[in-house]
Design a protein around this ligand. Structure first.
Ligand SMILES: [Ca+2]
Ligand SMILES: [Ca+2]
Ligand SMILES: [Ca+2]
Ligand SMILES: [Ca+2]
Length: 562
């Protein structure tokens, strides 16, 4: 009797939650991949957690050079094969089954050999010693109060660099690193760098064994009130820690390159001279805009470089006065340094009356020491406009309309008039062009044959855009169509996906494009991914596809009646 009642209420629950009508099956939830990356040209095992049920479940990667195959008799574990030419840097992975797909998870392709953390490693006495360097350690802060210790031998003059990616790859942890010498003296502590993840840099004064300790706080801090302020103890607190005593590149000079061009760059960072590693390399990327990752022989980790459509210039000193300022063609980006106290860099630009310019002086995102100030002056040196902090963090950004034909000056300086070769910048001189942004949510849909489901594309017009854009869907599987309302004024557009009764099961990424009829303009809509961004930007912050799962009609009803 009790058993029957249980069955009855269970069926009722199934009826109510008809989102997953085929019973208990549902889309995989993957909170972490461990390890969250691998070396270029390697094959490793990667565990998805929680274990996708049913097993095996397929994996999709954003790049064909990274393949994950489920191991049938090892639940949750994939064989990840990273091709030798797999693009360096972060990629997205989804796990999917007949009922849907997981949220995308980050997977980083690196340069150095890798190692897995070996517990116990909680104290200096039991630190995991790393012979091979550089090395990427894949670890987890997976018990309350977990501390992970790693020791390396370093010689006088070596630069010990420890770079941690935890929050950066969407782990729920705010990590911190300390460096301790043989006398158990703390010699370095890493502050937050581009987000809440730490980067530790220390030049060795006396040869010996040094221990890096890794610990963390749960993030976001208020996610589990009981644990607030306590160290992290989450199985998903996966991290990647690059440990180097040789060459480590932090930036490139110039900081940015033009998409589709071969650009010689100089790697900047630590340990190049002593290790004899070449600092000159060439960047050639098809990335349209955003960030590309540069590798080179002997480097511990790839370095990010900005990619855009602007051609590049380099400053040439002297350029402190209007007379010595070099006139640059624009739109373009110019790279330079406020190389000493009171250095000012001036660049001339020729404009026509009414030209609308967007000037961005970028420094803090590259961890430059410069607190940039940007001024626009007329040919006589009279200041017409200035900005200190309107850009990202403490960077400057200025929209300026030319009052008359002629040559004007752009002046770059430091807020407190300091300078050094760490005070570098990228000044972007661009024309303001009307444009649009498009985002969508949700980023996953499960569509049953004979039914429909929708995602909302939100289009916003920026900088005076005046068009009648339309949404176009690319990559639809057979038997699925998209109903798209007219979208002349932008705003929220509900795209309705309809599966025919005959639609076959499918699991595919679909692109949502916003086009301007009669022009070549195409904007790919994106959807934000990851947890709240209170800790800053992550390595990847959006996904450029909607994941569409098509499943057959449930057989349950007719079978139950029989
Ligand atoms: Ca651990
Ligand atoms: Ca530990
Ligand atoms: Ca300069
Ligand atoms: Ca100068």
């Amino acid at each position: 009797m009790r058993r029957n009642r249980f069955v009855a209420s269970f069926s009722a629950a199934l009826f109510i939650f008809s989102v997953w009508p085929s019973g208990l099956a549902k889309p995989p939830v993957v909170s972490s991949l461990y390890p969250a990356g691998a070396q270029q040209g390697s094959t490793v095992e990667v565990a998805a957690d929680p274990v996708p049920d049913p097993w095996p479940a397929s994996a999709w990667s954003g790049d064909g050079a990274i393949k994950l195959e489920p191991i049938n008799d090892k639940k949750g574990v994939y064989t990840a094969t990273i091709a030798k030419d797999a693009p360096l840097g972060p990629h997205l992975i989804r796990i999917h089954n007949a009922d849907g797909a997981s949220q995308p998870r980050m997977f980083f392709v690196g340069l150095a050999g890798e190692a897995m953390e070996e517990e116990p490693n909680d104290s200096l006495e039991v630190a995991q010693h790393l012979e091979a360097k550089p090395v990427v350690i894949n670890g987890r802060l997976d018990k309350i109060g977990d501390v992970d210790c790693y020791s390396v031998q370093a010689e006088k003059g070596d630069w010990i660099v420890a770079q941690c990616y935890a929050y950066s790859v969407d782990s729920p942890v705010d990590a911190f690193l300390h460096l301790i010498n043989e006398n158990k003296t703390k010699v370095a502590f890493a502050p937050d760098t581009q987000n809440i993840d730490p980067l530790l840099v220390y030049q060795v004064k006396r040869a010996g064994t040094f221990t890096v300790t890794m610990a963390g706080l749960r993030f976001p801090y208020n996610s589990t009130p009981k644990l607030q302020g306590k160290t992290s103890s989450n199985a998903h607190s996966v991290y990647r820690l690059t440990l180097s005593t040789g060459a480590f590149a932090w930036n490139t000079s110039p900081l940015g390159v033009q998409s589709g061009k071969k650009t010689p760059v100089h790697l900047t960072g630590w340990g190049f001279e002593k290790s004899g590693t070449a600092q000159a390399t060439v960047v050639s990327t098809a990335t349209a805009a955003g960030t590309a990752w540069v590798g080179a022989k002997g480097l511990a980790a790839p370095a990010p470089v900005i990619v855009g459509n602007l051609a590049g210039h380099r400053e040439t000193e002297p350029n402190n006065s209007g007379d010595s300022a070099l006139t640059i063609a624009w739109p373009s980006a110019v790279h330079g340094q406020i190389s000493q106290a009171d250095d000012e860099d001036r660049f001339g630009i020729e404009v026509r009356k009414g030209d609308k310019l967007r000037l961005r002086l970028r420094a803090s995102e590259f961890d430059s020491a410069l607190d940039p100030v940007l001024r626009v002056e007329d040919a006589s040196g009279k200041q017409l406009a200035s900005d200190d902090d309107s850009g990202e963090r403490q960077d400057a950004k200025l929209d300026w309309t030319a009052p008359a034909d002629g040559t004007y000056l752009l002046a770059v300086s430091d807020l407190i008039r300091s300078g050094s070769n760490a005070h570098f910048y990228r000044l972007e001189v661009d024309r303001i062009t009307p444009s649009l942004n498009a985002t969508f949510t949700p980023d996953r849909l499960v569509l049953e044959a004979g039914k429909n489901a929708e995602t909302t594309v939100t289009i916003s017009f920026v900088d005076g855009y005046e068009g009648s854009p339309a949404v176009v869907v690319r990559g639809l599987p057979e038997g699925v169509s998209a109903q798209i309302p007219a979208t002349e004024k932008g705003g929220a557009v509900k795209v309705n996906f309809v599966a025919a009764e005959s639609a076959k099961p499918a699991n595919v990424p679909v692109s949502l494009l916003v086009v301007e009829p009669g022009t070549a303009a195409i904007h790919t809509a994106i959807s934000p991914v990851g947890m709240e961004k209170a800790g800053g930007e992550r390595l990847l912050n959006s996904v450029a596809h909607l994941w569409l799962t098509v499943k057959p009609k449930p057989k349950a009803k007719s079978e139950e009646k029989k």
